[in-house]
Ligand binder design. Structure first.
Ligand SMILES: Cc1ncc(C[n+]2csc(CCOP(=O)(O)OP(=O)(O)O)c2C)c(N)n1
Ligand SMILES: CC(=O)[C@@H](O)[C@H](O)COP(=O)(O)O
Ligand SMILES: [Mg+2]
Length: 626
């Protein structure tokens, strides 16, 4: 029985007989199911490309030939046959193998970005480079899924590839008819025709000017190899249409109608000990509230970019299918179509993972905000997601949002404030709104102890919260803070409320008067927040997002614009690409903990008069940066 342990690199594949290759495919599936069930990850997509991966590495000679993968979530077989079988048990673990191609892991890996629909553009550019540099002996092979093919970039690239008879890119279309759910739109309909008995005489690819090979059984290794060799021999741009099955070879995945085990959660290492209430999933809170609002507001329309269930829209879709739109993996189209829906008198809600909205920034800015269109953006997976690595962290949105005139942004801290923010957002009819919340569960609700000008005060040291906005400095109240009641203003952004409250307790133990405020609506910076900041000795903003141009930076700018001399410390993620890991570990590693924030605030205050010692707080790995 040929096993994956006998494969140390793709050259070993080329020495196998067809039978041995088929035995190897079975062993790869065994390893995928055993390991990914434990580690979590993209089991279904990888099971679907086992034979395709083996055929690709037998026909083409990576890394001299470039085999490029769109999205990269389906590359576990590729990793196994390119020398990483021994490390595969570390998949998606901190310090272990990435769940996507990684150039530091292997010369066989090229594209690390997990955002879909990019591979054909890489291939076009790489093929142009080969031509311009006179490189003639290196193939460029681009694997793209039927889902990714619904993304606009893919067609921009095809338009260019079709015009490049001298750029012999081999496009391998991995057609398993699904993104998460069955792929939607005219493109999958055309692919279905090509798969059918009475297929059209010419495919859309041939009408554009590319050659077309197929359809070919994506699980028949000899047939795949024949098709790939034929395609490579054409010496011109060509699409090889491969028919595969997502989740192939693992019955629970094959039978999973929802998404064929697109992304499975890690199996708990041991029976989970009863933990403090984690609360509901943010996604579920949003989905349930939107469905309720949909019953009250016939003008609400939900839009998704091929992620209806992952973004929580399933309850809304079940009740209001005619007001639910899946545009495919096409966020740019989703946003401008939402502007069109708004122009038509409706109130669209665009639900998307935060990082994927990046590619629709221009549409948000100039198709939505320029027209003050009442579109509500709901960003799930905002902040650190962790497991999926650098291109999945939702750490860009708060910075991008600062640039959008008229956009109002809410960052709820728990389930109650998420429901409230959603209701408030869809009530806004004179411009766009956005909500952002992280991956995972909400935890318990965190009640406000007071409100000030619409902002929630989670903790304060003054006898009366209104004292905080008076000019005279109130003495410390009964919160046990011995210092001036307005020593420190901690501005909590979204899910950082628990971190801020822990920091406040630590600071209060050491005699500081601390106010913790959650503006809930953080962009534009509330005037009342500036007023509060002006009356405190130090302002510290804590956000689960990139520090450059984020919410904290905007608060600092607003205070400076108001002529404040109050120093501002911003706590957020360093503007770097963060390696994969667990969300909580990454937040802690970058100082987003109560202990670290307290220590850094004390340092900042000590920096003013030097009278405060900080030896009682253990050193933390990362300091707060101004
Ligand atoms: C721009 C962007 N939007 C959404 C996603 C989330 N996503 C990851 S894989 C996937 C489905 C991909 O379908 P397909 O290309 O057919 O690959 P398959 O999983 O079927 O192999 C989606 C929507 C993404 N990675 N990038
Ligand atoms: C590859 C991709 O973009 C998605 O499958 C993503 O990995 C899902 O992330 P969650 O697991 O957080 O839903
Ligand atoms: Mg697919």
């Amino acid at each position: 029985m040929t096993s994956i342990e006998s494969v140390h690199g793709p050259a070993d594949l080329r020495a196998l007989t067809v039978r041995e290759t088929e035995e190897l495919a079975a062993d790869i599936r065994r390893v995928l199911v055993e390991e990914v069930t434990r580690t979590g990850g993209h089991l279904g997509p990888s099971l679907g490309v086992v034979e395709l991966t083996l055929a690709l590495h037998r026909v083409f000679e990576s890394p001299r030939d470039h085999i490029l993968w769109d999205t990269g979530h389906q590359t576990y077989p590729h990793k196994l046959v390119t020398g990483r079988a021994g490390a595969f048990g570390t998949l998606r673990q901190p310090g272990g193998l990435s769940g996507y191609p990684s150039r530091t892991e292997s010369a066989h890996d090229h594209i690390e970005n997990s955002h879909a629909s990019t591979v054909l553009s890489y291939a076009d550019g790489l093929a142009r480079a080969h031509r311009l540099r006179g490189v003639a002996d290196r193939a460029v092979v681009a694997v793209i899924g039927d889902g990714a093919l619904t993304g606009g970039m893919a067609w921009e690239a095809l338009n260019n590839l079709a015009d490049g008879a001298d750029r012999p890119v081999v496009v391998v279309l991995n057609d398993n008819t699904r993104s998460y759910a069955p792929t939607v739109g005219g493109i999958p309909a055309h692919l279905a025709e090509l798969r059918g008995a009475d297929r059209p005489s010419r495919s859309v690819f041939e009408n554009l000017g590319l050659s077309y090979v197929g359809p070919v059984d994506g699980h028949d290794i000899p047939a795949l190899e024949r098709a790939l060799r034929h395609a490579a021999g054409l010496g011109r741009p060509v699409v090889v249409h491969c028919l595969t099955e997502k989740g192939r070879g693992h019955a629970p995945a094959e039978q999973d109608e929802a998404d064929r085990f697109h992304a499975v959660r890690p199996r708990p290492a041991a029976p989970a000990a009863p933990r403090a209430s984690q609360g509901p999933a943010w996604t579920d809170v949003f989905g349930a509230e939107l469905a309720e609002l949909g019953a009250q507001r016939p003008d609400l329309v939900a839009l998704t970019a091929a992620m209806l269930a992952p973004t929580g829209l399933a309850p809304f879709a079940a009740r209001f299918p005619d007001r639910t739109v899946d545009v495919g993996i096409a966020e740019q189209h989703a946003v401008t179509a939402a502007a069109g829906l708004a122009l038509g008198g409706l109130h669209p809600v665009v639900a998307v993972y935060a990082t994927f909205l990046n590619r629709a920034f221009d549409q948000m800015l100039l198709d939505v905000a320029l027209h003050r269109a009442p579109v509500t953006f709901v960003l799930d997976r905002a902040g650190v997601t962790g497991d999926d690595g650098a291109s999945h962290n939702g750490m860009w949105d708060l910075s991008l949002f600062q640039m959008v005139p008229g956009l109002r942004v809410a960052a709820p801290r728990d389930a109650a404030t998420l429901r409230r923010a959603l209701r408030e957002a869809v009530a806004v009819q004179d411009g766009p709104t956005a909500l952002r919340f992280p991956k995972g569960t909400t935890g318990d609700d965190i009640p406000a102890v007071a409100t000030v000008e619409g902002m929630d005060v989670l903790r304060h040291a003054a006898p009366d919260v209104r004292d905080l906005l008076r000019d005279a400095a109130p003495d410390a109240g009964d919160a046990g803070d011995a210092g001036d009641a307005r020593d420190v203003l901690l501005v909590s952004v979204g899910s950082m409320a628990g971190v801020c409250l822990e920091a406040a307790d630590r600071l209060a133990e050491h005699g500081f008067g601390v106010t913790v405020v959650d503006p809930r609506w953080i962009t534009p910076v509330p005037t009342a927040l500036v007023e509060l900041g002006l009356r405190h000795s130090l302002v510290a903003a804590v956000e689960d997002g990139g520090r450059s141009g984020g919410a904290g930076a905007a608060i600092a700018q607003a205070l400076a614009d108001a002529g404040a001399r109050t120093p501002v410390r911003t706590f957020g993620l360093p503007q770097r690409f963060l390696d994969h890991g667990r969300r909580d570990d990454i937040l802690a590693a970058h100082g987003l903990t109560g202990r670290h924030v307290a220590r850094a605030v004390v340092e900042a205050l000590a920096g003013r008069d030097g009278s405060v010692t900080i030896d009682h707080l253990a050193p933390q790995p990362v300091g707060a940066e101004q």
